[in-house]
Design a protein around this ligand. Structure first.
Ligand code: NAD
Length: 445
C-alpha cells in the first residue's frame, strides 16, 4: 500500500516536472527572455476554479468534484480571444492529482494555439467521474450541473473561456452543455450564446468535420513528417475512443490520403490483433453497440500491452496521459510514435524511445486538428465567416483549411528543427514560445 502511494506520488510529480523540463529545454535553446521564462513557470495558472457539481444519479443526488484551469492568455486586445480547451470526464485518484494534470493540459493548449497561430489562451476542464458506467440521463444531468457551476463562477463565455469536447465527452455532451446555457440565457442574456462552446452537433450550431478533426489533422502531420516506407504501411492504435476510432476509420478509407493496414487496436480493457489488417466496419459496429472488444470473433484478442509491441510503421497513441512510460518504452516496436493523446509520452519514455531511433511526433503538434476546427466553429458562431465559405460545401472547406494550416505549420516545425538541431517536440515548443513572446511584447508596447 505504502509502495503504491509513493508510486502514485512519483507519477503525479512527473507530469508537472516533465512539462516544466520541456518548457525549459526549449526556452534555453532559443534564448527566451527571463520575463517569458518566469511567465512560463508551471503550477501557477492565471485562474483555477474548483467546482462542486450536483447531479441526480440513479442512486440519488451526488456531488462530483470538478475544476477549470485557465493557463495564460496573451491575446487580450480587440476581438474576443477567450481561453480554449476541452472538458474531460475522467476519474482521478484525488482533486490534487486532477489539478496537476489539468495544469499541464491547459499549458499544452496554450502552446498548441500559439504554435498554430490560433488567438486563444489555453484552458481545460475536468469532472472527476468515470464516464463509462454513466447512463445517458446521468451524463446529461452532470453536464447541466457543470454548465450551471461554470456560469455561476463567471468562467464561461465567448470572451472568457470556450470549452469543447475531450476525453470522456463527445458532441452529445456538448449539445447538453449548449442547450442548458441557451436556456439559462433567457435570464442572463449573455451575447453570442452559440459561441459558448464548440464541438456541438452540426444541427445545434456545430460545424461539419469537427468529430474526426483531431485524427485527420494528426494523420496529415504524420504523412507530412515521414516518408512512406512501404506500399502498405502497418499501424497500431492505442485507444478506441473518438480520436483512436477516427484514426482507424481514416486509415481504412481508400479515399483518404494516408492509408494502410491497422493490425492492432487497444482500449482500457484489452486489444485486437490481426497481422492481415483489422476490419474497421465490423469492429466499429461491434464497438459502437457493446463499448468493448469482447465478443468480437474475427481477430485475436490480446492485452493492451501486447498492442504496443507489434512492429509497425506508426503507433498512434490516442488514449490518456502517461501511458507511454519507462515501463513499456523499451518494448515499443514502431518507427514513428504519433502522440495524439495529450501528455501521453513521459520524458523518461521519450529518452528511451529516441535512443532507440523512434521518431516522436509530439502532442501539441499532432493533435491540434480538434482545436483548429473548433476555431472555425467559434468564428462561424460569432458571425465572422469568411465570405467564400457559403459558395463551397462547408465540410470541404473545413478539410481544405485544416490541411493548409497543418501543412504550413509542419513546414515551420521542420525549419525550427533544422535551425536549432533538435527533436520535433522542442522545435514545436520553440515556435510556440516565440509566438507568445511576440504577442505579449506587442500587447505591452
Ligand atoms: P475518449 O474518451 O473518446 O477515448 C479514450 C480511449 O482511450 C477509450 O477507448 C479508452 O478505453 C482508451 N484507454 C484508456 N486507457 C487506456 C489504456 N491504458 N490503453 C489503451 N487504451 C486506453 O477520448 P478521446 O476524445 O478519443 O481522447 C483521447 C486523447 O486524445 C486524450 O488524451 C485527449 O486529451 C486527446 N485529444 C482529444 C481531442 C478530441 O477532439 N476529442 C482533441 C485533442 C486531444
Amino acid at each position: 500500500m505504502a509502495r503504491q502511494r509513493s508510486l502514485t506520488k512519483e507519477r503525479k510529480m512527473s507530469i508537472l516536472s516533465d512539462a516544466q523540463k520541456r518548457t525549459d529545454v526549449a526556452a534555453k535553446l532559443y534564448g527566451a527572455p527571463a520575463w517569458l521564462r518566469s511567465e512560463l513557470k508551471m503550477g501557477n495558472p492565471r485562474r483555477v476554479e474548483k467546482l462542486k457539481i450536483k447531479a441526480m444519479t440513479k442512486s440519488g443526488e451526488k456531488v462530483f468534484q470538478g475544476a477549470v484551469v485557465n493557463d495564460m492568455n496573451p491575446y487580450t486586445i480587440g476581438i474576443p480571444h477567450p481561453y480554449k480547451g476541452g472538458i474531460r470526464y475522467k476519474c482521478y485518484a484525488s482533486p490534487k492529482s486532477m489539478l496537476d494534470v489539468l495544469m499541464v493540459l491547459a499549458r499544452d493548449m496554450t502552446y498548441k494555439c500559439a504554435l498554430f497561430g490560433l488567438p486563444f489562451g489555453g484552458g481545460k476542464t475536468c469532472v472527476n467521474v468515470d464516464p463509462l458506467p454513466l447512463t445517458s440521463a446521468e451524463r446529461k444531468y452532470i453536464t447541466q450541473g457543470l454548465a450551471l457551476e461554470m456560469l455561476g463562477a463567471n468562467i464561461l463565455g465567448y470572451d472568457i473561456y470556450v470549452p469543447g469536447p475531450d476525453m470522456g465527452t463527445d458532441e452529445e455532451i456538448m449539445k447538453y452543455f449548449y442547450l442548458f446555457c441557451a436556456k439559462v440565457n433567457r435570464i442572463i442574456h449573455r451575447p453570442n450564446i452559440a459561441a459558448i462552446c464548440t464541438g456541438k452537433p452540426v444541427e445545434f450550431d456545430g460545424i461539419p468535420g469537427r468529430s474526426d478533426a483531431t485524427s485527420r489533422g494528426g494523420l496529415i502531420i504524420y504523412s507530412t513528417m515521414t516518408e512512406r516506407a512501404t506500399e502498405t504501411p502497418t499501424f497500431t492504435i492505442q485507444g478506441a475512443g473518438n480520436v483512436g476510432m477516427n484514426v482507424f476509420k481514416l486509415l481504412s478509407s481508400p479515399d483518404f490520403e494516408v492509408n494502410g493496414k491497422v493490425i492492432a487496436i487497444s482500449d482500457v480493457s484489452g486489444g485486437l490483433y490481426d497481422p492481415n489488417g483489422l476490419n474497421f466496419g465490423e469492429i466499429n459496429e461491434h464497438y459502437t453497440i457493446n463499448r468493448t472488444f469482447e465478443g468480437y470473433n474475427n481477430a485475436r484478442h490480446v492485452t493492451k500491452d501486447e498492442v504496443l509491441r507489434y512492429k509497425t510503421d506508426a503507433l498512434f497513441s490516442a488514449a490518456a496521459e502517461g501511458l507511454i512510460n519507462k515501463d513499456n518504452a523499451a518494448d515499443i516496436e514502431t518507427s514513428t510514435l504519433v502522440e495524439l493523446g495529450n501528455a501521453a509520452v513521459t520524458d523518461e519514455a521519450e529518452q528511451i524511445l529516441e535512443a532507440r531511433g523512434i521518431k516522436i511526433i509530439p502532442d501539441i503538434f499532432a493533435n491540434a486538428g480538434g482545436v483548429i476546427v473548433s476555431s472555425f466553429e467559434f468564428r462561424i458562431n460569432l458571425g465572422d465567416v469568411p465570405h467564400y465559405v457559403d459558395r463551397k460545401d462547408l465540410k470541404t472547406w473545413v478539410h481544405d483549411e485544416l490541411r493548409e494550416i497543418m501543412k504550413s505549420t509542419a513546414e515551420n516545425v521542420r525549419e525550427a528543427q533544422l535551425k536549432y538541431k533538435t527533436n520535433l517536440r522542442t522545435a514545436a515548443y520553440i515556435i510556440a514560445q516565440q509566438q507568445l513572446e511576440f504577442v505579449m511584447k506587442k500587447r505591452n508596447a
